[in-house]
Design a protein around this ligand. Structure first.
Ligand SMILES: [Mg+2]
Length: 394
């Protein structure tokens, strides 16, 4: 009998932006509500009650209010989601120091070094973390526990919300077999359509095909697809500690987005979430990189460095448009965008290094941080008020 144990945990917060808002407004629990922009905006995150009514992300708000007239719309709260995200991952680090913050609301934990002795012990400890996140932050997260990142990530999504799924070592192939084929990475909408035409609906259907048929469907990648379908994956958990070399956020959209203004606004909001964290750590950043992903996992990125490191949002806003244009070179819609700050430096030795204007802006930013750590949406940047609103976190 194999004594192998699961080593990877994937957690994915449920309806993250809405959950953060409901933690502040518990009277809205159980209602059909959504975070997003009004007027020309779109839905960023919808409560499960709203989803049951047909609301999804990123649905135009106008349409959402048509399919669900009683929908309660909540505006984005600046800085809130980044703050709750940090608290959630800080709690994860009480279980293991090996935490990969993959996006604002999901990440991987490597529990191999924790020395857990049995599946029962792992289940108990990870469940305790799940309970702690709910008790302390008043949000819910779904968990998947498995031998690798691929299977853990699929497992965490298997029973949302409040899910908890453990895949026993050796049972990966069996676990995946009955799931829809599009749970596998690289199967976007178009490939999914081709699969359906070819009669492949579930992961197990891949194994009924000949090598020639698989080659026709996946080209030279057919063997990799079979390995994924069997639950094989050896990517390590990539840990960044407090002295992280970078700060980043990424968001995968529920539906591909084509509008430049929407993507630009999402990226600017990521700056607004990341910069307070950089300031709180007493750090400054010199380089910003924007990464985009087309459907089908094709990535492209573009970065630029300032002459001096800074901890001001305003210094980076102007780079968003040019960097996005530099990365988004194909006339295709996007599946994902991420913003990363690197070239991280400590506090400057002397404040005189700042020009008078920069120092004024810096003081203002610090005051805004203090206001925004309160429980009310105190201060917003101009681009946060203007529609379209468009980031998503399920
Ligand atoms: Mg989520």
């Amino acid at each position: 009998m194999s004594r192998a144990l699961p080593t990877i945990v994937h957690l994915d917060a449920d309806a993250f932006f809405v959950s953060c808002e409901l933690a502040l407004k518990p009277e809205l629990r159980g209602t059909k509500c959504a975070v997003g922009g009004r007027e020309r905006g779109i839905i960023s995150s919808a409560s499960y009650e709203a989803r049951a009514c047909g609301v999804y992300t990123p649905m135009p708000t106008k349409l959402a209010l048509k399919v669900c007239p009683e929908l309660i719309m909540l505006p984005h709260t600046s800085g809130l989601y980044g703050k709750v995200s940090r608290q959630m991952f800080d709690l994860c680090e009480t279980l293991t120091p090996h935490v990969q913050r993959n996006s604002i609301d999901e990440g991987y934990l490597d529990i191999a070094p924790c020395g857990f002795k049995s599946i029962e012990e792992i289940t108990r400890r990870v469940r305790a973390l799940q309970t702690r996140i709910t008790d302390e932050l008043q949000i819910h997260a779904s968990f998947g526990v498995a031998t690798n990142k691929l299977v853990a990530a699929i497992a965490s999504k298997a029973r949302k919300p409040k899910g908890f799924t453990v895949v026993i070592p050796g049972g990966e192939g069996k676990f995946l077999a009955s799931l829809p084929i599009n749970v596998l990475p690289g199967i976007g909408k178009k490939t999914d359509e081709r699969m359906k035409t070819a009669g492949i609906r579930f992961v197990r259907d891949l194994f009924t095909r000949t090598e020639r048929e698989l080659r026709e469907l996946f080209g030279t990648n057919w063997q990799e697809m079979l390995a994924l379908a069997q639950g094989e994956d050896d990517r390590p958990v990539e840990t960044e500690h407090d002295d992280a070399k970078s700060y980043s956020q990424q968001e995968t959209f529920g539906h591909d987005i084509r509008e430049f203004a929407k993507i630009e606004q999402i990226a600017k909001r990521m700056i607004d979430e990341l910069m307070p964290a950089i300031r709180a750590d007493g750090k400054r950043a010199r380089t910003m990189t924007v990464k985009i992903r087309y459907p089908g996992m094709e990535d492209n990125s573009c970065g630029r460095s300032l002459s001096e490191a800074t901890d001001l949002e305003t210094s980076f806003y102007g780079l968003v448009g040019p960097l996005l244009r530099g990365a988004w070179t194909k006339q295709r819609s996007l599946r994902l965008v991420s913003v990363k700050f690197s070239g991280i430096e400590g506090e400057p030795a002397q404040l005189e290094m700042f020009s008078g204007t920069a120092e004024k802006k810096r003081r203002l930013a610090t005051v805004l941080d203090q206001l925004n750590t309160g429980k009310l949406p105190a201060v917003k940047h101009g681009h946060q008020l203007a529609p379209p609103e468009a980031s998503c976190a399920d």
